[in-house]
Design a protein around this ligand. Structure first.
Ligand code: IMP
Ligand code: MG
Length: 188
């Protein structure tokens, strides 16, 4: 796999600019602040993809809140969902009686989220909801997957990178959401 020295050269198309991301995150924060006013809120970031979104969202929220993280794996280094979900790092604090808002980078098949919700429900939070930056427009079995309460952007069913999202662990530090040039995958 060959990565270009300048990551921007590997991007075919910018789907969401940095400015659009910041504007939408601010909007989401306004709605979330309203919804969770006076409640004991934990933002639960899903490592590693949600780090940029989580950091920006948290800074737009003026209310007191806790930040915790979980690391799970569902993808490996490929661009196909494996359907296998495993906890690599669990929460540091208990969530019983707390209002938990899961902060995710993207929902693709929804398998990761379904597994997470089932696992976290068993810990008896006061409430459990999902805020995802991106939601891929694709057919999902609506009975089997959980609908996020908050969605930043609906995007076409393409593999995207940037603003936390990776391809083979690279491109997370791009300040926008973009689509890779096919040449980057070649030889895989
Ligand atoms: P799901 O279980 O199929 O919904 O996959 C969710 C996870 O797969 C996300 O949290 C991402 O880590 C990863 N993922 C899904 N689509 C993309 C993409 O287009 N780019 C980068 N990562 C993705
Ligand atoms: Mg992820």
């Amino acid at each position: 796999m060959a990565f270009t020295a300048d990551m921007h050269d590997d991007i075919e198309e910018i789907l969401i600019t940095g400015e659009a991301l910041q504007a939408r995150v601010a909007e989401l924060a306004r709605v979330i602040a309203e919804e969770y006013r006076g409640k004991d809120l934990i933002l639960l970031g899903i490592l590693r993809g949600a780090i940029m979104f989580m950091a920006d969202l948290a800074r737009q929220l003026a209310m007191p809140l806790d930040m915790d993280f979980m690391a799970i794996t569902s993808y490996g280094n490929s661009t196909e969902s494996s359907g296998v979900v495993r906890i690599l790092k669990d929460l540091d604090e208990p969530i019983e009686g707390k209002h938990v808002l899961i902060v995710e980078d993207i929902i693709d098949t929804g398998l990761t989220l379904r597994y997470l919700m089932e696992n976290l429900e068993r810990r008896n939070p006061a409430s459990l909801a999902v805020c995802t930056l991106l939601d891929k427009e694709k057919a999902r079995d609506r009975d089997k997957v959980i609908e996020p309460a908050y969605i930043g952007f609906q995007i076409p069913d393409r593999f995207v990178v940037g603003y936390g999202l990776d391809y083979a662990q690279k491109y997370r530090n791009l300040p926008y959401i973009g689509v890779l040039k096919p040449s980057v995958y070649q030889g895989e």
